[in-house]
Design a protein around this ligand. Structure first.
Ligand code: PLP
Length: 372
């Protein structure tokens, strides 16, 4: 799906030089490449501060820990995302409150967020067996498939109710909305460098973005066992540092990131034209430049289309086949099928086609030919 081999062949020289420099010098934990990467990522996103870390999941955990999320808290999020989004909330002892998505972008629906928050504040519980007396604390919104969510609308709902907003930008690094870059669209943003993400390492990695220096210091402390600048331990934290070797890989990949984004955007335009009349193609809202971490289409005939693509040797994936509110791990929250219908309908119709910077026109034509 992501063709990391072609990418490696394209960037092998400079990438090996970056990695070799670390190996020759030593300093595998918090070497100078970490600060260099953080500065480059701040520049890319427009977020004032960046704290590199060990994964996208840990980036979300760090962001929520920085907001003091814990037992008794309700954190609103989308059911149409990777498990890590809600897992981070639940691992801290808070309850993920799932809010349905917009039919177009499949991102968190701000109108439904307002309704869900107001209902919870009135004491209504989304399902039987739901814990009582939860405090609405914050929102984790996801930029699914690399299309930033509507943070103007989400931010307005959140501000009026005293909620924090975290952007899960694991899929959207490089994307923008209204001229603002993903990673800078909320007070704290988290991203991932999992190998198949828009900017992928050769292993796990992630980053947290913020504007406030107090948040930066807190995130840096939480990243390294709660240690403060004075060397003492002020809070419980994690070992959530990024490896220096992964930072070296990411620095080499950042040099070609803009070109790769442009190539993915060209590929998305070509799919859009070639797929007309065959399947529903993604329609980013006006003002959005996606990162196209996935090119996800929808069809009622998915069950017939996928075997044909497989027979033609074309890889596909389903993101996501089961929405998070219906995953076994959250069964105790008691959400019933039908409770978040927009997300559930999308899960039954969606599938992703190959999408990467080295995708050729010929390859795209053969993908489309295999779809009846
Ligand atoms: C990939 C992903 C994560 C987790 O990132 P890891 O680096 O794999 O821990 C979190 N949220 C979303 C939306 C993702 O796609």
């Amino acid at each position: 799906m992501a063709d990391l081999k072609s990418q490696y062949a394209r960037i092998k020289g400079p990438l090996r030089a970056r990695v070799d420099a670390v190996l020759e010098r030593g300093g595998f934990i918090m070497g100078p490449e970490i600060a260099e990467l953080e500065a480059r990522l701040s520049e890319l996103t427009g977020a004032r501060r960046c704290v590199a870390c060990s994964s996208g999941t840990d980036a979300l955990l760090l962001a929520l820990m920085a907001r003091g999320v814990g037992p008794g808290d309700a954190v609103f999020t989308t059911p149409f995302t990777f498990i890590a989004t809600a897992e981070a909330i639940a691992l801290l002892g808070a309850v993920p409150v799932f809010v349905d998505v917009e039919p177009g972008t499949l991102n968190l629906d701000a109108g439904k967020l307002a309704e869900a928050c107001d209902a919870l504040a009135r004491g209504a519980r989304p399902a039987p067996g739901w814990p009582e007396g939860l405090r609405p604390r914050g929102v984790v919104s996801v930029d699914v498939f690399g299309v930033p969510a509507d943070y103007d609308a989400i931010g307005e709902v959140a501000r009026a109710r005293g909620l924090f907003v975290v952007e899960d930008a694991a899929q959207s690094l490089g994307a923008s909305r209204g001229g603002r870059m993903a990673g800078s669209l909320a007070e704290i943003s988290a991203t991932s460098f999992y190998p198949s993400k828009p900017l992928g390492a050769y292993g796990d990695g992630g980053a947290v973005f913020c504007d406030e220096v107090t948040d930066e210091l807190l995130l840096k402390s939480l990243r390294s066992h709660g240690q403060g600048e004075d060397g003492r331990y002020h809070r419980l934290g994690l070992n959530a540092r990024l490896d220096t070797l992964q930072a070296a890989v990411l620095l080499a990949k950042l040099d070609v990131f803009e070109e790769e984004l442009a190539a993915r955007r060209r590929a998305a335009y070509r799919y859009e034209e070639l797929l007309r009349g065959k399947v529903e193609t993604p329609r980013p809202p006006p003002g959005v430049l996606p990162s196209w971490s996935q090119y996800a289409v929808q069809s009622d005939a998915r069950a017939e289309i996928l075997p044909r693509l497989k027979a033609a040797g074309i890889p596909t994936a389903i993101h996501y086949s089961v929405p998070l509110h219906l995953q076994p791990v959250f069964a105790k929250l008691g959400y019933a099928p039908g409770s978040l219908p927009v997300a559930e309908k999308a899960c039954g119709r969606i599938f992703s086609l190959p999408m990467h910077a080295d995708l050729t026109e010929k390859e795209q034509e053969s993908v489309v030919r295999a779809i009846p």
